[in-house]
Design a binder for this molecule. Structure first.
Ligand SMILES: *Cc1c(COP(=O)(O)O)cnc(C)c1O
Length: 393
């Protein structure tokens, strides 16, 4: 059976070059990067090369990069780090309604601790209005965090505009760039951000490693306490092989950024056209212009998204819904409901996220399989009235 993987926003396979870069550090180069002997120093050299590679991907300085256990920890460190370092009696944070749960649930935890949080809404295209952020400012605001690319829709937020507002008011600004860094050009100085999160496994690196960019001089309280690693910002013996893998993944992404982005945008657009032409009652969610090149989110009316994911999986096609399973019930995606989709349409939506190994043949295969699978599921739906064929006289 032909297998097509269209779930790169969930995770990506390791690039062969990444595996190659990591191998020595999983075997003979086992040193602790803090040891002063040569075994340790070779591990240190691997970590520092990776720091330079990550810094180069986003236009940062090496000492502004802190390695973490992934995008989730980078987001947690950014939010709690800035809020914790702020010396205020009352503290207020501004974010958006469509953030990844790594940010949203950290905000909820902060609320439980007495921090005030404003969740700025998005328009039906999935975009935050920077003026809404400006209106949400209070004298107590200590942090603004708005993601760069959304993981479900791919939509790109006006991060540079929001960063300008933050700078005018001298408020630190964080962006979760897990879905943009390595896919489109990301430059921390051009964007004007103070903190930026990224993750290795979304860009063909290993799982369990990521990085937080922290602008030089920005006060940050660490999440954990221990040794003096990462300039006292993130203690614990470094995950050397993982960090080396992140560095290699960052360098590889940077080398092919424009060509791969252009290639994927063509394939993604072909997939969308193929679906819209062949499947009735299908529509694209979110802004079709301002988004990452690899992502599309499609609503198939009268279909249960989970059922469609399972039916496609049986045909060898991997994609996903944005739904979260909480306490046994399938909750519609918070992102799709935030852009104004009614729950039944949010539940009828699928995300296809393309990647490096996908080809035009994959697109053709999926656009060929989809109409039959969707039609079959619709026949089972009490809501769907099948178009009645003309009866022969
Ligand atoms: C995947 C993802 C994360 C979490 O990163 P992990 O490395 O899996 O912890 C955070 N934000 C966004 C937008 C993501 O897509």
């Amino acid at each position: 059976m032909r297998r097509v993987y269209f779930d790169h926003n969930a995770t990506t396979p390791l690039a062969p070059q990444v595996v190659q870069a990591m191998m020595p550090f999983l075997a003979e180069e086992y040193g602790n990067a803090s040891s002063i002997h040569s075994v340790g120093q070779r591990a240190r050299a691997g970590v520092e090369q990776a720091r330079a590679q990550v810094a180069a991907l986003i236009g940062a300085r090496e000492k502004e990069i802190v390695f973490t256990s992934g995008g989730t920890e980078a987001d947690n460190l950014a939010l709690r780090g800035v809020v914790g370092a702020a010396e205020r009696l009352r503290k207020h944070v501004i974010t958006s309604t469509i953030e990844h749960h790594a940010v949203l649930n950290t905000c909820q935890a902060l609320e439980a601790e007495g921090i005030c949080v404003t969740y700025v809404p998005v328009n039906p295209a999935g975009l935050v209005d920077p003026e809404e952020v400006r209106r949400a400012l209070t004298p107590d605001t200590v942090l603004i965090t708005v993601m760069h690319a959304n993981n479900e829709l791919g939509t790109l937020q006006p991060v540079a505009e929001i960063a300008r507002i933050a700078r005018e008011h001298r408020i630190p600004f964080h962006t979760d760039a897990v879905q943009s860094a390595g896919k489109i050009p990301v430059d921390v100085r051009a964007l004007g951000v103070d903190l930026l999160s990224l993750s290795a496994h979304k860009i063909y690196g290993p799982k369990g490693v990521g990085a937080l960019y922290i602008r030089g001089g920005l006060p940050l309280k660490p999440l954990m306490f221990g040794g003096h690693h990462e300039r006292d910002r993130r203690p614990g013996t470094e995950n050397v092989a993982g960090i080396v893998g992140l560095g290699a993944a960052a360098e590889l992404a940077a080398a092919h950024l424009d060509s791969e982005g252009a290639r994927l945008a063509v394939l993604r657009d072909e997939l969308e056209e193929g679906i819209l032409v062949r499947v009735p009652h299908a529509g694209i969610n979110g802004d079709r212009h301002r988004r990452t090149p690899n992502t599309t989110n499609v609503c198939f009316d009268f279909v249960e998204g989970e059922a469609l994911v399972i039916a496609l999986d049986l045909k060898g096609i991997a994609c996903s819904t944005g739904a979260a399973c909480s306490s046994g019930a399938v909750e519609p995606s918070h992102v799709l409901t935030a852009i104004g989709l009614p729950p039944e349409r949010a539940r009828a939506s699928l995300r296809f996220s393309l990647g490096r190994q996908n080809t035009r043949d994959d697109i053709a295969h999926v656009t060929e399989m989809l109409p039959g699978v969707v039609e079959h599921l619709r026949e089972l739906s009490p809501l769907y009235k099948r178009p009645v064929a003309a009866t022969p006289q």
